[in-house]
Design a protein around this ligand. Structure first.
Ligand SMILES: *[C@@H]1O[C@H](CO)[C@@H](O)[C@H](O)[C@H]1NC(C)=O
Ligand SMILES: *[C@@H]1O[C@H](CO)[C@@H](O)[C@H](O)[C@H]1NC(C)=O
Ligand SMILES: *[C@@H]1O[C@H](CO)[C@@H](O)[C@H](O)[C@H]1NC(C)=O
Ligand SMILES: *[C@@H]1O[C@H](CO)[C@@H](O)[C@H](O)[C@H]1NC(C)=O
Ligand SMILES: *[C@@H]1O[C@H](CO)[C@@H](O)[C@H](O)[C@H]1NC(C)=O
Ligand SMILES: *[C@@H]1O[C@H](CO)[C@@H](O)[C@H](O)[C@H]1NC(C)=O
Length: 644
């Protein structure tokens, strides 16, 4: 069995190595590389957002809908309001209701709780969460709800464990209101008295049955948040956010993804319905089978960029719904205006109407947006002719008229424009490939037209020899992750052309989509870090500002390599990938005129089809410091280095 692995040699100084492959790194002659090369794509898919990165614990918190229904022709039907994920306990009956007065225009439905005549003891209801909840004693939780009705007394909010059938912690809201008071918000922070043994936890709201006997209480926007990443307004779940920050990505492409396009009219992602107080966010039926709360909205995503120092690559709706409906040229202007409004909201001075709106929401300083992408995969469903004829150009002209330096990104291959695309337009190419096609892309950009830079806005190796279409890999394997690493090397070698790359499935819920690859899969309490995650982290963490020409005495394969250099620090980064290579292949590395020490980092696993799964992480990351004269056989990396 051959081992496959990813090797990385960081050279802060010179190395001279004997026999086998000889690599000589040049000390000049490189190109400036993209400062953004490795980044992140976010869209709400398979509960990456709601029930994932967005830290809210309560599912169907504002009775907006849960599953998304599609009719026979592929049209989404309007949100189907239910009490899904809510359950009664005690002596009351729960009913979905929209009797006046609504909490807000955006949240017209609520839950009516009718308490039985003669009720005694505690009564109320509970929520299942998104496949359970993470309850930890070390974390502060904020619980809140809106209440309408006639009640003076206590309302208790409590976490319960299914497994131990015991209360894990609670908080008491002192309520005093009558029907005529309308909706009143209550909020409390609390720390559980014990941590749950697992994810099987629920959140309960109860009150005194005798005091509410025969009455109706109405609840809406019932929310429980743990402390979030950096306690910031991005509202990110801490462990997932930490995992993302650890990748050292440099850009965030958002808000999608097919989820932005919408399955059918009118359910595109609408920026202005994702901002401001939660009671003003209607949410929408998402593309991926569930309702999006849009609690994780435009400003939360911008705050995420701030929290992790990510360059925003903003995708805007380009006039195409996934069911094939395309906006005609005569009808396109309102959508262009809407994008200009969005850009003014993000970048305008506070003296502008939308800049003032941004400031009123806590962000007086304008953001900087340097990249705008028109649509997402707008070649889908017959989108190419209209994209080329008018859709791209109308957005391009209108945006560049206001922001002349904006880098515009086409969501289709530039070749479709038959040479008519403006020079400098970035093309976003998505590569979901077999492992062999990933490897074949190693040289794919060597002779590409330098007039049209490339953003690989989504990638993943999804088939290997054991999984051929339509059977995708369930999880990245060492082999699939190393094929992605070779694709990365091809990008690093062409770093003058490539803007950046992001995995196409950043986060998936283990409960919603246990199958099909993702960088990270999560349950309420755990994260699976895939092989692809570690490869991306390794590559992004050690990457220089310039490419470095490498002379070699053997052709590429089964070893592949590329080098970059941090020009300011004088550090060289040489990456070597062993794809299906022999167990021991010595490599000699030298940099003329350099001496000193190096760091060797290797990533490997027991065999080509090893994967990381819940409770079984098989990948091994090692770090070794090499000094002059050292000879190292990397852990399965099969790179022997002699310094001196
Ligand atoms: C620099 O870019 C040019 C094309 O723009 C390419 O021919 C050359 O190989 C690149 N050099 C390196 C070291 O990447
Ligand atoms: C907890 O138990 C209830 C039944 O009492 C069940 O409906 C719910 O799904 C369980 N939640 C979890 C996370 O197991
Ligand atoms: C996030 O990543 C940046 C860049 O690597 C690092 O400087 C920062 O300390 C990280 N923050 C946390 C909380 O890990
Ligand atoms: C959002 O923008 C659209 C298009 O400009 C507009 O029709 C709609 O009324 C706006 N919605 C809100 C909540 O402001
Ligand atoms: C565009 O970029 C040029 C050169 O970097 C700069 O001088 C100019 O101020 C920029 N214009 C705007 C509107 O940002
Ligand atoms: C862990 O994964 C390895 C490699 O994928 C597999 O051989 C092994 O059986 C797994 N162990 C468990 C306990 O699932």
């Amino acid at each position: 069995m051959f081992s496959r692995c990813v090797g990385l040699v960081l050279l802060s100084a010179g190395l001279r190595v004997a026999s086998g492959l000889n690599l000589q790194l040049a000390t000049s002659g490189g190109n400036a590389s993209s400062p953004l090369l490795y980044g992140l794509l976010y869209e709400d898919v398979y509960h990456s957002g709601d029930g994932g990165l967005y830290a809210e614990l309560i599912q169907n918190r504002a009775f907006q809908g849960t599953t998304v229904n599609v009719d026979g022709s592929g049209q989404q039907v309007p949100p189907f309001r239910t009490l899904e994920y809510w359950h009664t306990e005690g002596s009351d009956v729960l009913t979905i209701d929209n009797a006046a007065h609504a909490l807000s225009d955006a949240l017209p439905w609520h839950m009516r709780v009718d308490v039985a005549q003669g009720a005694t003891g505690d009564t109320g209801f509970w929520n299942e969460g998104y496949w359970g909840m993470d309850v930890k004693q070390a974390t502060t939780y904020t619980a809140s709800f809106y209440l309408r009705g006639d009640y003076t007394g206590e309302i208790r909010g409590a976490f319960w464990s299914n497994t131990t059938n015991s209360k894990l912690g609670d908080t008491v809201f002192d309520v005093s209101q009558s029907d005529s008071d309308g909706w009143i918000k209550y909020e409390k922070t609390f720390i559980p008295t014990s941590s749950a043994p697992d994810e099987k936890n629920t959140f309960h709201i109860t009150f005194d049955g005798a005091q509410t006997s025969g009455k109706s209480l109405r609840f809406n926007l019932i929310s429980v948040f743990p402390q979030t990443y950096k306690n910031s307004n991005s509202e990110l779940r801490q462990d997932l956010a930490q995992a993302l920050n650890d990748t050292n990505g440099k850009f965030l492409r958002f808000p999608g993804g097919n989820n932005m396009e919408g399955q059918s009219s009118p359910y595109m992602w609408k920026w202005n319905e994702t901002i401001g107080p939660l009671i003003d966010r209607p949410g929408r039926p998402g593309t991926w089978g569930y309702y999006n709360t849009d609690g994780f909205g435009l400003l939360e995503m911008m705050q995420w960029c701030i929290d992790m120092e990510l360059e925003p690559i903003l995708a805007v709706w380009g006039g195409l719904y996934l069911d094939g409906e395309i906006i005609s040229e005569e009808n396109l202007q309102p959508y262009i205006d809407d994008v200009l409004n969005e850009l003014e909201f993000l970048m305008g001075p506070t003296s502008s109407p939308y800049g003032a709106l941004r400031a009123s929401l806590g962000y007086p300083e304008p953001f900087t947006i340097k990249y705008v992408e028109v649509g997402n995969e707008d070649f889908l469903n017959g989108g190419i002719p209209t994209y080329v004829a008018y859709r791209f150009n109308r957005f391009y002209d209108a945006i560049r008229a206001v922001y002349p330096n904006m880098t515009m990104v086409s969501s289709i291959w530039i070749g479709y424009f038959n040479g008519q695309a403006p020079i400098g337009v970035v093309q976003d190419l998505h590569d979901y490939l077999s492992v062999s096609d990933m490897v074949a892309h190693f040289g794919g950009y060597d002779h590409a037209d330098r007039n049209y830079p490339v953003l690989v806005g989504e990638y993943a190796a999804i088939y290997d020899a054991q999984h051929t279409p339509p059977n995708q890999l369930d999880n990245p394997t060492l082999q699939s992750a190393t094929s992605e690493a070779i694709y990365f090397l091809g990008l690093e070698r062409n770093a003058d052309l490539i803007v950046g790359i992001a995995h196409g499935a950043l986060i998936k819920s283990l409960h919603d989509e246990p199958d099909n690859v993702a960088m990270l899969k999560h349950s309420p309490t755990e994260i699976v870090y895939s092989m692809s995650y570690y490869v991306a982290k390794l590559f992004a963490s050690y990457y220089g500002s310039e490419t470095v020409p490498v002379a070699a005495d053997s052709p590429y394969g089964p070893l592949y390599w590329a080098a970059t250099k941090d020009a300011a620090a004088g550090t060289y980064f040489l990456k070597i990938v062993n794809y299906d290579g022999a167990a021991s292949t010595p490599v000699t590395v030298s940099i003329p005129g350099k001496t000193g020490q190096a760091k060797l980092i290797t990533l490997t696993a027991p065999d080509a089809y090893s994967t990381n799964t819940l409770g079984n992480s098989t990948s091994v990351w090692t770090e070794t410091t090499l000094f002059n004269g050292d000879e190292v056989e990397g852990n399965h990396v099969n790179v022997n280095i002699y310094i001196g």
